[in-house]
Design a protein around this ligand. Structure first.
Ligand code: NAP
Length: 525
C-alpha cells in the first residue's frame, strides 16, 4: 500500500493543501488509512469571488450548445480514467464492481445525457418560458418570461454514498446553465470526487475556476453564500434541518435544494399473488434493493407493502434470495455485497435495526450465521436483515426511521386504501414502486401516490426486461421528493436547468418583447 497523501483542495483555480487538522479517509474493510483531507486555512472569500467573477462570466460567454460540448469532453476525460476510479471506490467505499458502476458509470451516463440534451439548445444564451402574452388590448404592451443563468456559484454539499454521481448529476445541470460549481464531498469518501475534479481540471475542459473542490469540514462555506448563489444539499434530514436556518437562506434568500432521507416503499398489488410473474418481480426487486450498495442508496426500498394474505409467501421468497448473497471484501470475486462505507455507519445501522426490532419481528438475519468473505468482525460489513410487521397501521418506527444499510421491513396491508395510506406514512418520499400483473390496475395508485412521491415506478410483466429499476435514478426523470425527502427537485432532463436560472417577466413594447426571441430557445422544462 502506498503512503497516504494529503488530498489538495482546488479553489480560485489553484490547488491548495489545507494547513490545519487532517481527517483520515479509511478502507472500510481493512481499516487502512488511504489519504487525508483538510479544508483548514483556505481563502474562501477568494474561492467564491474567483468562481463568481472570473469563471461565471467565462462560462456564460459560451452558448448552451458550447457548454454541452464541454460536458461531452468531461465524459471523455472521465472515461479515460475509469479504472482508477474503480480502484478508489473499492478501497474507500468498500463497493463491489457492479456497485461502483452505479456511482461511476451512473455519473458518466448522466453527464452524457446532459451533453445530448444541451446540444438541442444550440447557440442560445437565454431560455424562453412560455409565449409572449399581451397586456394591452391593442397588443402594444406585452410580457414574456425568460430564464437567465444566476450570476453566482452553485455550492454542493454531498452525501457519502455517491461521491461520483452525487457530484456530476448536479454539476451537469449547473455547468450547462453556465454556473460555476464548488463541491464539498462528504469527508469519508471524498477521494473519488477530488480525483475526478483533478482530472477534469487537468484536461483544461472548463474556464479556470468553473469547478472547485473542498475536502473536509464545511466550516465557513455557508457564510460566503450570497443572494445569487444556489446551494444543493444531499444528506440526512437532521443536517438539512440545521442548514435551512442559516442566514444564507433566511436573510440573504439564497436558494437551497434539499435531497434528504426517505422511507421509500414498494407496493405489491393484491392481484400479484404467489406464482404470478409480478410477484416474482417484486421479490427480486426488494432483495436487490436491499443488497445493492449494501442498501446505502437514498432511493432504496425500506418498506415492502404487501397484502396480508401474501405476507408469509413474500417473506419466505425474499429470505431465500437474501440467503444467496455473499457479503465481504469487494476484492474477492465471489462477494456480491461489499461493506458499508465506514465502521461508524455500521454502528448506526446496527443501532437502527435494534430500534426497529422494538416493533417488528425478524424474518431474515444474515448476520446470525455471518461469515464475511475475506473480512473480519472489525470491518464495516453488514449482512441483509429483513424485518416484518403484519399490521402495518400499528407501526410507527418502521414508517419514520431510515436505516441506511441492507435493511427493509415487510409490512402487511388490508386493502388498497390502506396501502396508499401506509406509503404516505413516510411523510413524503423519493420513490414508490408498484407491482401488478395488470398495467392499468396501477393507474389509480400511481396517481394517488404521485402527490406525495417524487417518482412512481410501475412494473408489470411486459417490462420485465426493460424497466430501469426502483432505485436507479435516470437523468431523464425527476429525482427528489416532497416533505421528509427534502422537497427538492433534481434532474428530470432539462427541468434541471430551472434551479440554476432566475426567472423574470420582461414586459414592454411589443417590439422589445418580440426581440427577446433572438439568441434564445424555448425551455421545455
Ligand atoms: P450527512 O451526515 O447529513 O452529511 C451530508 C453532507 O453534509 C456531508 O458532506 C457532510 O460533511 C455535510 N455536513 C454535515 N454537517 C454539516 C453542517 N453542519 N454544515 C454543513 N455541512 C454539513 O449525511 P450522510 O451521512 O453523508 O448521508 C447519508 C444520508 O444522505 C442518508 O440519510 C440518505 O438518505 C441521504 N441521501 C439522500 C439522497 C437523495 O438524493 N435524496 C442521496 C444520497 C443520500 P462531512 O461528511 O464532512 O460531515
Amino acid at each position: 500500500m502506498s503512503t497516504p497523501v494529503l488530498l489538495e483542495n482546488h479553489v480560485a483555480g489553484q490547488w491548495v493543501a489545507g494547513n490545519g487538522e487532517r481527517t483520515a479517509l479509511t478502507d472500510p474493510v481493512t481499516g487502512d488509512t488511504l489519504a487525508y483531507v483538510s479544508s483548514a486555512g483556505l481563502d474562501l472569500d477568494a474561492a467564491f469571488a474567483f468562481a463568481r467573477e472570473r469563471a461565471g462570466p467565462a462560462l456564460r460567454a459560451l452558448s448552451y450548445g458550447e457548454r454541452a460540448r464541454r460536458l461531452a469532453q468531461i465524459v471523455t476525460t472521465l472515461q479515460a480514467n475509469r479504472d482508477d476510479y474503480y480502484a478508489i471506490a473499492t478501497a474507500n467505499s468498500g463497493t463491489v464492481a457492479s456497485d461502483s458502476a452505479l456511482d461511476i458509470d451512473g455519473a458518466i451516463y448522466t453527464l452524457s445525457t446532459y451533453a445530448k440534451l444541451g446540444a438541442t439548445l444550440g447557440d442560445a444564451h437565454t431560455l424562453l418560458d412560455g409565449a409572449a402574452v399581451p397586456l394591452a388590448k391593442d397588443g402594444s404592451f406585452a410580457v414574456r418570461h425568460v430564464l437567465r443563468p444566476t450570476p453566482g456559484v452553485a455550492l454542493f454539499i454531498n452525501a457519502f454514498n455517491f461521491p461520483a454521481w452525487g457530484l456530476w448529476e448536479k454539476a451537469a445541470g449547473a455547468l450547462l446553465a453556465g454556473v460555476p460549481v464548488i463541491v464539498k464531498p462528504a469527508t469519508s469518501t471524498a477521494w473519488l470526487a477530488q480525483r475526478m475534479v483533478a482530472d477534469v481540471v487537468a484536461a483544461g475542459v472548463l474556464p479556470p475556476g468553473s469547478l472547485s473542490v473542498i475536502c473536509g469540514s464545511a466550516a465557513g462555506l455557508l457564510e460566503r453564500v450570497g443572494p445569487f448563489d444556489v446551494v444543493s444539499f444531499t444528506g440526512s434530514a437532521d443536517t438539512a434541518a440545521a442548514l435551512r436556518t442559516h442566514p444564507a437562506f433566511t436573510e440573504r434568500s439564497a436558494r437551497i435544494n434539499v435531497e434528504a432521507d426517505s422511507l421509500n416503499s414498494a407496493l405489491l398489488l393484491p392481484d400479484a399473488a404467489p406464482g404470478t410473474a409480478a410477484f416474482e418481480q417484486f421479490v427480486r426487486e426488494v432483495a436487490r434493493e436491499m443488497t445493492v450498495k449494501s442498501g446505502q442508496k437514498c432511493t432504496a426500498i425500506r418498506r415492502a407493502l404487501v397484502p396480508g394474505e401474501h405476507f408469509d409467501a413474500v417473506a419466505a421468497a425474499i429470505a431465500e434470495r437474501l440467503a444467496g448473497t455473499t457479503v465481504g471484501n469487494p476484492r474477492n470475486e465471489t462477494v456480491k455485497t461489499g461493506s458499508l462505507v465506514s465502521v461508524a455507519q455500521k454502528r448506526a445501522v446496527l443501532d437502527g435495526i435494534a430500534h426497529l426490532r422494538a416493533e417488528a419481528e425478524t424474518l431474515y438475519d444474515g448476520n446470525r450465521a455471518a461469515a464475511f468473505v475475506d473480512a473480519g468482525p472489525d470491518s464495516a460489513c453488514v449482512a441483509p436483515v429483513l424485518l416484518g410487521l403484519r399490521d402495518g397501521a400499528a407501526g410507527q418506527r418502521v414508517h419514520d426511521t431510515e436505516v441506511f444499510g441492507p435493511v427493509a421491513t415487510l409490512i402487511g396491508y388490508r386493502n388498497a386504501d390502506e396501502a396508499v395510506a401506509l406509503a404516505r406514512r413516510a411523510q413524503g418520499s423519493l420513490v414508490v414502486s408498484l407491482f401488478s400483473n395488470d398495467a392499468l390496475a396501477m393507474r389509480e395508485p400511481a396517481l394517488a401516490l404521485a402527490s406525495t412521491h417524487g417518482r412512481v415506478h410501475a412494473v408489470d410483466p411486459s417490462v420485465a426486461k426493460t424497466q430501469t429499476g426502483h432505485g436507479n435514478v435516470m437523468p431523464q426523470a425527476l429525482h427528489g421528493g416532497p416533505g421528509r425527502a427534502g422537497g427538492g427537485e433534481e434532474l428530470g432532463g432539462l427541468r434541471a436547468l430551472r434551479f440554476y436560472h432566475v426567472r423574470a417577466a420582461i414586459q414592454g413594447p411589443a417590439a422589445l418583447v418580440e426581440a427577446l426571441t433572438q439568441d434564445a430557445v424555448a425551455w421545455a422544462g
